[in-house]
Design a protein around this ligand. Structure first.
Ligand code: 5AD
Ligand code: SF4
Length: 491
């Protein structure tokens, strides 16, 4: 009988992609996906370390499995990804029944590690980050290029796929664990990326999201001496048959070149959407964060984005309550968010991460209550701007790639015809009534109403009838920490 696999993923899109690749590799070994940890032979957690909260979630999931694992010693329990990379000893101490600890650079070996754990009964650790180009490319070769074992059922939808274009990060912002959990920055060869995009298109992908911690720092030195930048890469993959939309996240403000912005403007399949985290509106805080730019530099960069790509939607990230953030410093973040007209912002309370520069150098001196209040205040300012941004779209025609039933429809709360959701070319969330057959298609719509989170639309070519209920949006989209369980049952 086929072995069953359960995987839960916490964290960013990079982790969602890693989980897809892990499942792809294990499916090749004959595994089937299980919907429930209890019925699986192998239980995996793909983890995130970016904030403490994400880690605690994993420890409580592991705690809940203690009894089950003790009763079923033949089962294999694995912790993968960022926490595995950073905290292998703590994991084995807190959950000694864990069998596999596999870091971000060794996921290509997952099948072998599980097998070794099963045959030896001893915990298997694989944590090398492949710090040289050659070994990192070795990992890439073994895992995902040329013949990537991708797993469509693990994607956000059947027609949306992530493609990693670079590993790691070299920026070393003082608050951030990513450079130590994902290692040094390395760009993948453009021809590998193109081959992967073409393969995904053949599997039915229409929308590709290119992933990198600082995706616009992408740079690959080719054998002939030419350097490919992100702009060049976008041009290379743009005409792939079947691909209708291309996005890229996350951008680093200092690497937002005119060349890139011109590519976004000129290539029709590139979404006019730029996620460029600023983190703070105060120069002293940015300096302590070691972000390498000033608030004015960021402002000018925003202006350049808007001049070169008219109508671009821009979103940002902010951290509140970073070490030493005074009320005045926080106020500067409020000023920046008010003036910047971001489509949306992700706002995070600072979480001190052991091993980072900030944790070594500065006391985490802003209390939780203050962090919470600042988070809410900043969110309220952003929401007011998001509402203006969304309302300005009322009456406009937009192209929506239809993703599936809306949240309200999934919860059975929508009345009337099927309520569907999708995104515009500027990454705005659209909700509308329509027929299921629209899922996976790009559909022209007219924006009729708007909240701070959602555009309510009408399919331009159809007359909508019947009652409609306005879905209650979540207070904030939080793509970084929501756990995702194995999404689809087995074929
Ligand atoms: N505490 C809070 N937020 C953080 N981020 C990164 N590290 C931390 C931390 N230690 C946020 C940043 C980044 C996003 C992915 O997570 O805003 O852009
Ligand atoms: Fe972390 Fe800064 Fe790198 Fe982003 S750019 S992953 S915040 S170190």
């Amino acid at each position: 009988m086929a072995k069953k696999l359960f995987i839960e993923t916490v964290g960013c899109q990079m982790n969602v992609l890693d989980s897809e690749l892990v499942v792809g590799a294990l499916r090749r070994q004959g595994y089937q996906l299980a919907m429930d940890a209890a019925e699986a032979d192998v239980i995996l957690f793909n983890t995130c370390s970016v904030r403490e909260h994400a880690e605690e979630k994993i420890y409580s999931s592991l705690g809940r499995l203690r009894k089950h694992m003790e009763e079923h010693p033949e089962k294999v329990l694995g912790v993968l990804g960022c926490m595995a990379q950073k905290d292998q000893e703590i994991i084995l101490k807190r959950a000694p029944y864990v069998d596999v600890v596999c870091g971000t650079g060794q996921l290509g070996r997952i099948a072998e590690l599980i097998e070794n754990a099963r045959t030896t009964g001893r915990p298997q650790l694989a944590l090398s980050l492949g710090r040289t180009d050659a070994s990192r490319l070795e990992v890439e070769r073994s895992f995902e290029s040329y013949d990537p074992a991708r797993e469509p059922s693990m994607r956000p939808t059947a027609f949306q796929a992530f493609v990693r274009i670079m590993f790691g990060c070299d920026k070393f912002c003082t608050y951030c664990v990513v450079p130590s959990t994902r290692g040094p920055e390395q760009s993948r060869p453009p021809e590998h990326i193109l081959a992967e995009v073409q393969g995904l298109a053949r599997q039915g992908a229409k929308e590709i999201t290119l992933l990198g911690q600082t995706v616009n720092s992408y740079k690959f030195k080719n054998n002939d001496g030419r350097t490919t930048t992100l702009a060049g890469l976008l041009l290379l993959i743009h005409d792939t048959d079947g691909i209708e939309r291309i996005k890229f996240v996350t951008n680093y403000p200092k690497d937002m070149t005119d060349e890139l912005l011109q590519a976004v403007r000129d290539l029709p399949k590139i979404c006019k959407y730029l996620h460029v985290p600023v983190q703070s509106g105060c120069d002293e805080v940015l300096k302590r964060m070691k972000r390498n730019y000033t608030v004015n530099y960021y402002r000018e960069m925003l202006q350049r984005c808007r001049e070169i790509v008219p109508g671009a939607a821009i979103s940002s990230d902010f951290i509140v309550g970073f070490c030493g953030e005074s009320e005045q410093a926080f106020q500067k973040s409020c000023d920046l968010i008010s003036e910047s007209k971001f489509k949306n912002s992700f706002i995070f309370k600072y979480s001190a991460r052991p091993g980072t520069k900030a944790d070594d150098l500065y006391p985490d001196d802003i209390d939780e209550e203050t962090k919470k209040r600042r988070n809410n205040d900043l969110l309220a300012l952003q929401n007011a701007n998001s509402l203006l941004d969304h309302r300005a779209k009322i009456g406009q025609t937009v192209d929506v790639l239809v993703e599936g039933p809306s949240k309200a429809a999934l919860k059975g709360k929508a009345v009337g015809p099927l309520q569907l959701t999708g995104r515009t070319m500027t990454d705005h969330i659209a909700v509308f009534d329509g027929n299921e057959r629209l899922i996976g298609n790009s559909v022209r719509m007219v924006v009729e109403e708007a909240t701070a989170f959602t555009l309510f639309c009408r399919v331009a070519t159809e007359v909508t009838t019947g009652a409609r209920e306005i879905a209650v949006p979540a207070s904030q989209d939080t793509p970084w920490e929501e756990p995702r369980r194995t999404p689809l049952p087995l074929l």
